[in-house]
Design a protein around this ligand. Structure first.
Ligand SMILES: *[C@@H]1O[C@H](CO)[C@@H](O)[C@H](O)[C@H]1NC(C)=O
Ligand SMILES: *[C@@H]1O[C@H](CO)[C@@H](O)[C@H](O)[C@H]1NC(C)=O
Ligand SMILES: *[C@@H]1O[C@H](CO)[C@@H](O)[C@H](O)[C@H]1NC(C)=O
Ligand SMILES: *[C@@H]1O[C@H](CO)[C@@H](O)[C@H](O)[C@H]1NC(C)=O
Ligand SMILES: *[C@@H]1O[C@H](CO)[C@@H](O)[C@H](O)[C@H]1NC(C)=O
Ligand SMILES: *[C@@H]1O[C@H](CO)[C@@H](O)[C@H](O)[C@H]1NC(C)=O
Ligand SMILES: *[C@@H]1O[C@H](CO)[C@@H](O)[C@H](O)[C@H]1NC(C)=O
Ligand SMILES: *[C@@H]1O[C@H](CO)[C@@H](O)[C@H](O)[C@H]1NC(C)=O
Ligand SMILES: *[C@@H]1O[C@H](CO)[C@@H](O)[C@H](O)[C@H]1NC(C)=O
Ligand SMILES: *[C@@H]1O[C@H](CO)[C@@H](O)[C@H](O)[C@H]1NC(C)=O
Ligand SMILES: *[C@@H]1O[C@H](CO)[C@@H](O)[C@H](O)[C@H]1NC(C)=O
Length: 329
C-alpha cells in the first residue's frame, strides 16, 4: 500500500490531499492451503485462512503483516490496521482515517511518540487544511460493505461529500446546520442534520472511498462554527458505531469519539472480502470444487458484493471451510 500526503496548489488555497491506497499484493507463488506452522493470530486478533501472516501462509492477495513494534502487536493489511476478520460473513473491519478540519486551532491530537506521522510527512502549521481524503482498495480483495456501514458528517454548517467510482457515477453527501450549540442535537440523539447528518447506506461494488467538503454556503447560517464549534468531520464507519456527541464539535483532543491510531483519528469500517480473480462457483452440476473451498465439508457461495466467491461450511459443520482439516462436525 502506498499511503501518502501530498499537496497541490488550487488557486490561492493550498490543498492538502490525503490518499490511502490498499494496493494489490500480487502473489509470488500460489498456495492452495495454509501451512500448519503459520501463526493463527496477531496481538489477539485471529487471522483465519485465506488470510495469513506472511505470503506463504495466505491465499494470494490475503497477506497480513504482524507489526511487533507495538504492544500488543498489531495486524496490518499493507498500511491499514485490522480490527478483526470474519470468515462466516466474509467481512473484515479496519481502521480508516476520519476527514476532519478544525477552524481555529492547528489541532490535532498529539500522537504518541514513535508515531510522528504529522511531524515527518506533514507540516501541519503551514498546510492546515485537510480538504480531501481517499481510501483506495482497488486491487485488494476488499470492497466497502454496503449494508454494514454508514456515512456521517459532523459540524456546524458542514457539507460532507462522499464519492468513490472512478467514472464519477457515485456522488452523495449530507448537510448539517446549527445556528448555536443549543440548537444542535443533544448527545446520543440520531443524526438528523442538526450538527450531524448521515447517509445510511453505500452502494455495492465500491472499492474507493473519497471524502471532501462542499463549499460553505451562505444559506447555512452557522454562527456557532467559528465560536464554540470549530470542528467538522466526515467518515464511513460501521453502522451504529458513532453516537453523536456535542463535544466532538470542539477541539478538545483526547475527548473525541474517534480512535487515535498511529496518529490519525480513525473509525472502524467494514469491508467485504471474497476470493476474487479466481472465477466463480462451479455450476451445481459440476463435480469440480471451487479451488479455495478445500474442505470436504465446504460449499461455494458467489460473493454477495462484487465478483468472486466465498466458502461456507456445509450444514452441520463449523470451522474454516478454506482449510483441509478445520471444518468439523
Ligand atoms: C511497525 O510500526 C511502526 C510504527 O507504526 C513502523 O515504524 C514500522 O515501520 C512498522 N514495521 C513494519 C515491519 O511494518
Ligand atoms: C479548515 O477549513 C477551512 C476552510 O476550508 C480552512 O481555511 C482551514 O485552514 C481548515 N483548518 C484546518 C485546521 O484544517
Ligand atoms: C486506485 O488504485 C488503483 C491501483 O493502485 C489505481 O489504478 C487507480 O487509479 C486508483 N484510483 C484512483 C481514483 O485514484
Ligand atoms: C464493479 O466495479 C468494477 C470497476 O470498479 C467494474 O469493472 C465491474 O464491472 C463492476 N462489477 C459489477 C458487478 O458491477
Ligand atoms: C442567521 O442567524 C441570525 C442569528 O440567529 C439571525 O438573526 C438571522 O436572521 C439568520 N439569517 C438567516 C438568513 O436565516
Ligand atoms: C454507541 O452506542 C452503542 C450502544 O450504546 C455502543 O455499543 C457503541 O460502542 C457506542 N459507540 C461509541 C463510539 O462509543
Ligand atoms: C473544550 O475546550 C474549550 C476551550 O478550549 C473549553 O471552553 C470547553 O469547556 C471544553 N469543552 C469540553 C467539553 O471539555
Ligand atoms: C495516518 O495517516 C497518514 C497519512 O495518510 C498515513 O501515512 C499513515 O499510514 C496513517 N496511519 C494509519 C495507521 O493509517
Ligand atoms: C484459482 O486458484 C487455484 C489455486 O490457487 C488455481 O490453481 C487456479 O488456476 C485459479 N483459477 C483462476 C481462474 O484463477
Ligand atoms: C475428502 O473426501 C475424499 C473423497 O471422499 C477422501 O478421499 C478424503 O480423504 C477426504 N479428505 C479429508 C481431509 O477428510
Ligand atoms: C452457510 O451455511 C450455513 C449452514 O451450514 C447456512 O445456515 C447459511 O445460510 C450458509 N450461508 C450462505 C450465505 O449460504
Amino acid at each position: 500500500m502506498t499511503s501518502s500526503w501530498y499537496q497541490h496548489e488550487h488557486g490561492l488555497i493550498a490543498v492538502l490531499t490525503e490518499v490511502v491506497v490498499l494496493a494489490s499484493l500480487l502473489p509470488v507463488s500460489v498456495t492452495s492451503a495454509q501451512q500448519p506452522s503459520c501463526p493463527s493470530e496477531c496481538g489477539g486478533v485471529s487471522i483465519p485462512y485465506p488470510f495469513g501472516i506472511g505470503e506463504h501462509c495466505a491465499w494470494p492477495g490475503f497477506t497480513i503483516s504482524c507489526n511487533h513494534s507495538s504492544k500488543p502487536p498489531r495486524p496490518y493489511y499493507d498500511k491499514v490496521e485490522i480490527i478483526d476478520i470474519s470468515v462466516e460473513k466474509g467481512e473484515i473491519r479496519i481502521y480508516t482515517p476520519v476527514l476532519y478540519n478544525c477552524s481555529s486551532k492547528l489541532e490535532p491530537p498529539q500522537p504518541n511518540r514513535g508515531h510522528q506521522i504529522r511531524a515527518t510527512s506533514l507540516d501541519a502549521a503551514s498546510n492546515p487544511a485537510r480538504t480531501f481524503m481517499q481510501l483506495n482498495a482497488t486491487g485488494s480483495p476488499f470492497l466497502v460493505s454496503q449494508e454494514a456501514n454508514e456515512f456521517t458528517g459532523i459540524g456546524c454548517g458542514t457539507m460532507a461529500l462522499l464519492s468513490g467510482r472512478s467514472d464519477g457515477s457515485f456522488y452523495t453527501g449530507c448537510i448539517t446546520t446549527c445556528m448555536s450549540l443549543n440548537k444542535a442535537a443533544k448527545d446520543g440523539e440520531p443524526c438528523t442534520g442538526l450538527g450531524c447528518c448521515q447517509v445510511p447506506s453505500i452502494p455495492g461494488n465500491l472499492s474507493i472511498i473519497q471524502m471532501s467538503w462542499g463549499q460553505q454556503d451562505s444559506m447555512l447560517n452557522n454562527t456557532a462554527w467559528e465560536e464554540e464549534s470549530p470542528c467538522r468531520y466526515a467518515f464511513v464507519a460501521e453502522k451504529h458505531w458513532y453516537n453523536f456527541s456535542r463535544r466532538d464539535f470542539n477541539d478538545n483532543g483526547s475527548k473525541k469519539s474517534f480512535i487515535l491510531r498511529d496518529g490519525n483519528w480513525s473509525v472502524p469500517t467494514v469491508f467485504d472480502w471474497a476470493i476474487r480473480n479466481n472465477g466463480s462457483c462451479p455450476s451445481a452440476k459440476s463435480t469440480q470444487k471451487a479451488p479455495a473451498c478445500v474442505s470436504n465439508h465446504s460449499e461455494c457461495i458467489n460473493a454477495p458484493n462484487g465478483e468472486g466467491y466465498l466458502c461456507n461450511c456445509s450444514e452441520g459443520y463449523t470451522g474454516n471451510p478454506y482449510h483441509y482439516y478445520k471444518a468439523t462436525l
